[in-house]
Ligand binder design. Structure first.
Ligand code: HEC
Length: 440
């Protein structure tokens, strides 16, 4: 009995490991050499005068195709772990599986695509990281001038804003930097163009939040020369295309928030020279998907965030209305008019809650979870007692009303806002756990 089993096992092992079987170099061997050998036997170092990074070099010396027993490479990797000549000399020996694969590879002829040159795993990772690295602006901290000191003092004292209101926040971006972070958002509607005049003196202005303020083009004129500015929020202001022209020289800008402004696609031309730009928040502005796509084409590192889209839902609505008329069919061959209709059906989404139900931080208008309903009555029922109905909600973007089970009307939505994508993801995993904290 035992003999039979041994026999079967041997057959199976031979079947898979027989000499004739080829080992794919790129798949099974290259990775081992790159991770464990090329650092010492490659372009940078040639320990023992040996290179293992090309077929030519390896096969000339230490690999004898078809003969693992005569190959110095196999001998060195298969030495006892405590042998002084074992390769690699540092770290763990190769695993049994790796050694077996190398043996098999040599015995099957040591195939190595001729043009394939190995690069050490470290160098490969470094090269990849370099290739993926987004360009960074060169920010030069300026010596703090007396004018800059005076401007900061004047702003932080709340000068001109009256005693009733808190002063804007103007502070160092971090320890050990002269770069300045300025936030007028909390003073909000009480801030007008005149209040921004001292900003022109702050050479080290790096991040500026003007959200909710009354600024116009004149106000932006004060930061025209803020070359160190990398992050700017104009959210919830009446800034328009013409006003945006004021900042077209801010070529180090990396993030620009245009949420709920009057900026349209035409205004995006003012951003064309901002080659470090990565994020443009454009939700509830006049910027369309077409304008966003054009900017993303001109500046490949930019991501224009237009907010949560209902793309999956909208076309269905169109279909439902149209099939009644047979004559509407030819329309489908003209893509342009269809697209226009989709845009009209777009639903503007505003979060019901101001604070993130997961973190309690302020809501990011672009991080939304929308629940669709069939009618206003169902939406009202849900709003009254979300906890009661949340279990029926199957993910955002649902196509059936969670209360009635009927088809949804895309304009009847309950929209929950979050501070960030992580919280949104946490909520999506367990809505019932967090729903009680969704409050107006
Ligand atoms: C940390 C550096 C280092 C690493 C990593 C390393 N080696 Fe070596 N290797 C050496 C040194 C040093 C020698 C020369 C030893 C001597 O001459 O005594 C050597 C010699 C050899 C030799 C003998 C050359 C000859 O001419 O006989 C072979 C074969 C070899 N290495 C293969 C490998 C293989 C295969 C790997 C990866 C599995 C590897 N080495 C990883 C440092 C390294």
């Amino acid at each position: 009995m035992r003999k039979t089993i041994t026999f079967i096992i041997s057959v199976v092992i031979l079947g898979f490991n027989g000499r004739a079987e080829k080992v794919d170099f790129a798949k099974s061997i290259q990775g081992v050499f790159e991770a464990r050998c090329i650092d010492c036997h490659g372009p940078k170092k040639q320990k023992g005068d040996l290179r293992l990074d090309s077929q030519e070099a390896a096969l000339a010396e230490v690999v004898k195709p078809g003969k693992s027993g005569e190959s110095e490479l196999y001998k060195h990797i298969s030495l006892p772990a405590d042998h002084e000549d074992i390769m690699p000399p540092k770290g763990d020996p190769l695993t049994k599986g790796q050694i077996a694969a190398i043996k098999q590879w040599i015995d099957a002829g040591a195939n190595w695509p001729k043009e394939l040159v190995l690069i050490s795993a470290k160098d490969r990772a470094a090269a990849e990281a370099d290739a993926n690295k987004l360009p960074e602006p060169e920010i030069k901290e300026a010596p703090v001038s007396d004018a800059e000191k005076a401007a900061i003092a004047s702003l932080t004292s709340g000068e001109g804003l009256g005693e009733k209101f808190s002063a804007p926040l103007v502070m160092a971006l971090a320890q050990n930097t002269k770069l300045i972070y300025a936030n007028f958002r909390l003073v909000g509607k009480n801030v007008n163009d005149g209040h921004l005049a001292p900003l022109a003196e702050i050479q080290n202005l790096s991040e500026l939040d003007l959200a909710n303020t009354q600024i116009t083009a004149v106000g932006l004129g004060h930061i025209k020369g803020s070359k160190n500015l990398t992050k700017l929020s104009l959210a919830n202001t009446s800034i328009d295309d013409a006003a945006l022209k004021q900042i077209e020289g801010l070529t180090n800008l990396m993030s620009l928030n245009l949420y709920n402004t009057k900026v349209t696609d035409a205004g995006l031309t003012s951003l064309r020279n901002m080659k470090f730009l990565r994020k443009v928040y454009a939700w509830q502005s006049g910027i369309t998907e077409k304008g966003a796509a054009e900017l993303e084409k001109a500046l490949p590192n930019v991501e224009v965030n237009l907010g949560f889209k209902l793309a999956k839902v909208e076309p269905k609505k169109e279909e439902k209305k149209e099939p009644k008329k047979e004559t509407s069919k030819p329309k489908k061959e003209e893509p342009k008019p269809e697209k226009k209709e989709e845009k009209k059906a777009e639903v503007k989404q505003v979060a019901f809650n101001k604070k993130c139900p997961v973190s309690s931080k302020d809501v990011d208008p672009a991080k939304l979870f929308a629940i669709n309903f069939c009618c206003g009555n169902c939406l009202a029922d849900f709003t009254k007692a979300p906890a009661k109905h949340i279990a029926n909600v199957k993910g955002p973007d649902n196509e059936k009303c969670p209360i009635s089970g009927k088809d949804i009307d895309a304009s009847k939505q309950f929209v929950i806002g979050f501070c960030c994508g992580n919280c949104l993801a946490d909520f999506t995993k367990a809505p019932a756990k967090h729903i009680a904290k969704v409050k107006k």
